[in-house]
Design a protein around this ligand. Structure first.
Ligand code: BG6
Length: 478
């Protein structure tokens, strides 16, 4: 679907996120025909560079991060023609007049703040001062949106001085993932699941976002954040909301976000013994967490697992177990809805009691699996066996369907279309911090240190115990 002509200014246009994600995503949307004839992208950053220099920079980024698409030389050259660059000083006056001259009128103007949150206020202010923002302009802000409730409130306050909420697009890239959007389709596009989607039928829910990589070159940022701020407060929280929320009346931004907010507000505070933090150990020649972040004393967690309760009519009594971490066994993210066991076995004690598990694989090998119980074939009587009804997108919809657009492609185009459904509202982010803050403060007050875990494992043993003591267990990370 073509979108209206736009000018997109990327502040932090020479940064890592721009290189890895934003610029390759824009190029792919260009290839898909979504950047009409006159739409343009303007890189803005501190470095002094001319448009030709920026085009070289962008070409190198696309070569590196999307070599396949970069192969179409003619298209790439045409895309690069759409780019320009202005050196600006976010907190001073240099470059702003020129930038104002570059941004066209009579078209959608979007400003992507791919910079640290401390610059959000200065950028918002200058956009107004130099007459670039109108009532239809949009700003896009990246996570982390603050580091606690107080700082998130302050950011919301500063942005609200210059922009209305309907102009502010807070990115959580998990919401742009095809499989995450699919959660809503599965829940609200089928009759089968919703009647069973409550504590009467669901024993518990597990949400796992496991990464096999370590903190890599992001040690500086990561060591100040940790898994709780980096992943739990946003990505896992969003997944929890989509799984637990009531059906919105419409798939529209406020209807969806109102329901998500209610989930966050219904979360009980988490007791200290329902949270486990971990930190990875060395693995062969791969350094341990502390060496990687360059602080031998660091007590930041690279893993967190917790048990959450959504205290409302639908979910009272059904725990949600959430875990995420780096340097785990595999890169595997999934949500498992574990139904209760059948109440009675008509096949006798030997046949055992069985349960269904609905697993939504977010990445990789995206798909849905429903575990069902059937008769084990053969003459040996009524023996039962659990088998998966398995649907991978690639098999069901053809190989191209597994070639999902990257989350950023979808989200940037939603900004241009003016659709905020997949973006976080200010009150949502604040509510999420209000829930995570006491957990983090508790660690700080008690001086809790994270438990070491082997690289390539499923996290510290205490995380296994979190479920074992409830008579449950985590699904294998694979
Ligand atoms: C980011 C986190 O938001 O998400 C990273 O800051 C993490 O630490 C990344 O690695 C994971 O995203 P994805 O899309 O690879 O699952």
């Amino acid at each position: 679907i073509p979108v209206e002509p736009f000018d997109l200014v990327v502040f932090g246009g020479t940064g890592d996120l721009a290189r890895r994600k934003i610029l390759p995503a824009l190029y792919r949307r260009f290839l898909a025909g979504q950047m009409g004839e006159t739409s343009r992208v303007i890189g803005a950053a501190r470095s002094v560079m001319d448009a030709a220099g920026y085009r070289d920079f962008v070409r190198a980024a696309i070569d590196e991060f999307d070599p396949v698409s970069a192969g179409d030389e003619g298209a790439l050259a045409a895309f690069l023609e759409r780019l320009s660059y202005v050196a600006v000083d976010a907190t001073g006056d240099t470059g702003w007049d020129r930038l104002a001259g570059e941004v066209g009128s009579g078209r959608i103007r979007a400003f992507y703040f791919s910079v640290g949150p401390r610059l959000f206020g200065a950028l918002a202010e200058r956009l107004h001062e130099y007459g670039m923002a109108d009532s239809d302009s949009r700003i896009v802000v990246e996570k982390p949106f603050g580091r606690d409730l107080a700082s998130a409130r302050e950011l919301n306050r500063v942005l609200a001085q210059h922009f209305h909420e309907h102009q502010i697009y807070r990115i959580d890239h998990y919401l742009g993932k095809e499989t995450v959007q699919n959660l809503m389709a599965v829940r609200f596009g089928n009759m089968l699941f919703e009647p069973l989607w409550n504590s009467q039928y669901v024993d518990h829910i597990q949400i796992t976002v496991a990464e096999s990589v370590g903190v890599g070159g992001r040690g500086d940022y990561y060591d100040r954040a940790g898994a709780m701020r980096d992943m739990m407060q946003n990505h896992l929280m969003q997944l929890l909301c989509l799984i637990a929320m009531e059906p919105p009346a419409k798939f529209d931004p406020d209807a969806v976000r109102d329901e998500k907010l209610k989930v966050i507000r219904a979360l009980d505070p988490v007791a200290p013994d329902n949270v486990v933090r971990g930190q990875y150990e060395a693995d062969g020649d791969k350094p341990d967490y502390r060496a990687q972040v360059g602080d031998p004393e660091s007590t930041t967690e690279s893993f967190v697992a917790l048990k959450a309760h959504v205290s409302n009519w639908r979910w009272a009594g059904t725990p949600f177990y959430l875990r995420t971490g780096k340097r785990l066994k595999d890169r595997a993210s999934e949500i498992a809805v574990v139904f209760k066991e059948t109440p009675h076995s008509i096949f006798g004690e030997d046949a055992g009691r069985h349960r269904n598990i609905l697993t939504i694989r977010l990445q990789p090998n995206e798909g849905i699996e429903l575990g069902v119980t059937i008769k084990e074939p053969g003459p040996g009587g009524m023996r039962l066996v659990d088998v998966p009804l398995d649907m991978t997108f690639a098999e069901a919809l053809g190989p191209d369907s597994a070639d999902f657009p990257d989350a950023y492609e979808r989200l940037i185009m939603d900004v241009i279309r003016g659709n905020q459904t997949l973006f976080m509202r200010g009150d949502e982010v604040e509510a999420a911090w209000a829930w995570t803050d006491p957990i983090i403060e508790g660690w700080e007050e008690r001086g809790d240190a994270p438990k070491p875990y082997d690289s390539g494992s499923a996290g510290p043993d205490d995380a296994l115990m979190l479920m074992h003591r409830d008579g449950r267990r985590w699904r294998e990370i694979k």
